[in-house]
Write a protein that binds this ligand. Structure first.
Ligand code: G1P
Length: 294
């Protein structure tokens, strides 16, 4: 009987971030800040709130600053201590994962999201786990992954993906669900297609970047079959599990901001900034005063 807990989360962070060049020439896109925290940190905090104890990063070349971010920065900590800057010091220390809870592995070739998850197999082992795509910044309480873990427990296991209805013309950007019966926020998944044209999409219910997966996914990923974009797709491997176990989509109450997109990233900064008591008043004044034209 597998443990009915989700202890581990995989963060695929090997992507090159070409959409944000030149900003991402020397900095990983996951380190770009939304207000004052890097995008990746929001994902890690959300996972921690969902009960995750092991954080597994699938990185690539040029991503070592992500490792540094989740480690002590002794000189900085000493300086802040000496200057009695306790608030700043606290902001550094509260984001540090516990000793031994972070691991890194590399995706040596950009072969797709499914391949990135496969790279973490030896660290996940034989237990259910979460996948968090940090580009999808989820804002709300309880956190998106928390809501999914709760649903997964009630259902009794299997696959759970986060989903959101999107305009039809956007289906080519997502994994799209053929939905069955819905009960509240939980919808049965009958089929999945990765990045279909709107005319071929089974619905407009799209997967967004949060997953709870059983260890059986690895055998499907091991097939290394190429799908959309000639990549090894997580969606295709998940589709092979349909009918073999419970499979559901959860529509969370959180807002999603696509930080992999320029406009989505700016929207995330505005939304998070406007929700922050320390900067919202000044930001509101600036936004109101903007002459945005048509
Ligand atoms: C990935 C998945 C896709 C999912 C999306 C959510 O696509 O392949 O199924 O809908 O994340 O953000 P990507 O954004 O990496 O192209």
């Amino acid at each position: 009987m597998p443990a009915m807990r989700i202890r581990k989360a995989v963060f695929p962070v090997a992507g090159m971030g070409t959409r944000f060049l030149p900003a991402t020439k020397a900095i990983p896109k996951e380190m770009l800040p939304v207000v004052d925290k890097p995008v990746i940190q929001y994902g890690v905090e959300e996972a921690r709130e969902a009960g995750i104890e092991q954080f597994i990063f699938v990185t690539g070349r040029g991503k070592h600053v992500i490792e540094d971010h989740f480690d002590h920065a002794y000189e900085l900590e000493a300086l802040l201590t000496a200057r009695e800057k306790t608030r700043e010091l606290h902001s550094l220390l509260e984001s540090l994962p516990n000793t031994g809870s972070v691991s890194f592995t590399r995706q040596q070739k950009p072969l797709g999201l499914g391949h990135a998850v496969l790279c973490a197999q030896h660290l996940v082992g034989n237990e259910p786990f979460a996948v968090v795509l940090p580009d999808d910044l989820m804002v709300g309480q309880p956190g998106a992954l928390r809501q999914m873990v709760d649903a997964w427990r009630v259902i009794g296991g299997g696959v759970v993906v986060a989903a959101e209805e999107k305009p039809r013309e956007e289906t080519q950007r997502y994994g799209v669900i053929a939905p069955g019966v819905s009960r509240g926020a939980v919808t049965e998944v009958l089929g999945l297609v990765e990045k279909p044209k709107p005319s071929a999409a089974p619905s407009n219910l799209c997967i967004i970047g949060r997953y709870i997966l059983p260890p059986e996914i690895f055998a499907e990923l091991e097939r290394r079959e190429r799908g959309a974009g000639n990549e090894i797709q997580l969606t295709d491997a998940m589709a092979r599990l349909l009918g073999k176990m419970p499979f559901h989509a959860v529509t969370t109450t959180c807002a999603r901001y696509d930080c992999g997109d320029k406009v989505g990233f700016l929207q995330a900064n505005l939304a998070v900034g406007l929700a922050r008591q320390d900067i919202a008043p000044a930001l509101k004044r600036i936004v109101r005063a903007l002459d945005v034209g048509d």
